[in-house]
Design a protein around this ligand. Structure first.
Ligand code: HEM
Length: 240
């Protein structure tokens, strides 16, 4: 089933009958599948609530305005070559300074979202677990993997629609509503086993507030951080 109406999308996203498609729980330690089985994004119930709370605590310690300024500065210093800037800046804010971080996140992010297990994705997860250590390692890796593709997509789509001199905040708001980086999110109906696809682009056109950062039980906890990173990068590219 595909949901395209705003009100129906909100109802599904708020109902715990609809869960993220389950991930396997038996993968060997340190692999991509092992990581996915430990993240908020792919868990339900009490485990989801607990893991999500920890992510929110980590994010609460990160100031969006500081992310924006750091992203703009880093983009200017790289002469506008902004790919990798969002994750590098967020990594610094989470206390991770290894120069190999952005490459490892870039290599692991597609498999993290899709679940496609490849030797390359497993190797990237191993690299991440070597770079990010300590009690919160999985939580901090989750934030970086969630941040990567969506934030770079938001920046790419915004840059396509704007010219130097245009107001960055308005351009970002337009992109978020009309041209979101993440166009579909999926759920499983736990009563029938049916897959439900929520078409975020069409749902956005059908209602006032956009659903680009999700809604209901598991909205993106980092909308302000993502928008700040994107605003900094776009300002840095245009202000060169
Ligand atoms: C700093 C950058 C970002 C971080 C750290 C981040 C983090 C996260 C996390 C941890 C979740 C899972 C929440 C949970 O398990 O309850 C999530 C979900 C989500 N994020 Fe983000 N995110 C970022 C950027 C973005 C961007 C740029 C977009 C889109 C413009 C986005 C859209 C979403 C959506 C739609 C969901 C919900 C997915 C669903 O319910 O199926 N995120 N994000």
């Amino acid at each position: 089933m595909v949901i395209t109406r705003h009100a129906e999308a909100l109802a599904v996203l708020a109902d715990t009958r609809y869960i993220p498609p389950p991930v396997r729980q038996d993968a060997p330690e340190g692999t991509l599948a092992w990581l996915r089985a430990r993240t908020s994004r792919f868990s339900t119930g009490e485990a989801h609530a607990r893991r999500r709370r920890r992510l929110e605590e980590l994010l609460a310690a990160v100031d969006p305005d500081a992310l924006r300024d750091a992203a703009e500065k880093e983009t200017r210093e790289r002469d506008g070559r902004w790919e990798g800037v969002p994750v590098t800046v967020l990594g610094h804010a989470l206390g991770i300074h290894d120069a190999g971080l952005a490459a490892a996140v870039r290599a692991a992010a597609p498999g993290y979202l899709s679940g496609e297990e490849t030797p390359e994705a497993d190797a990237a997860v191993r690299d991440l677990l070597a770079i990010v250590t300590g009690a919160d390692a999985v939580a901090r890796i989750t934030l970086l993997l969630q941040a990567h593709d969506a934030t770079e997509g938001l920046i790419r789509n915004t840059l396509r629609r704007t010219r130097p001199g245009e107001a960055v905040t308005e351009a970002l708001e337009c992109t978020l509503k009309a041209d979101p980086p993440l166009t579909v999110t999926r759920r499983l109906d736990r009563e029938t086993g049916d897959e439900v696809r929520i078409d975020l682009v069409r749902a956005n056109q059908d209602g006032e507030p956009h659903l680009t950062f999700g809604a209901g039980v598991r909205p993106c906890p980092a909308g302000r951080h993502a928008t700040a990173l994107a605003a900094g990068v776009v300002a840095g590219v245009h202000g060169r």
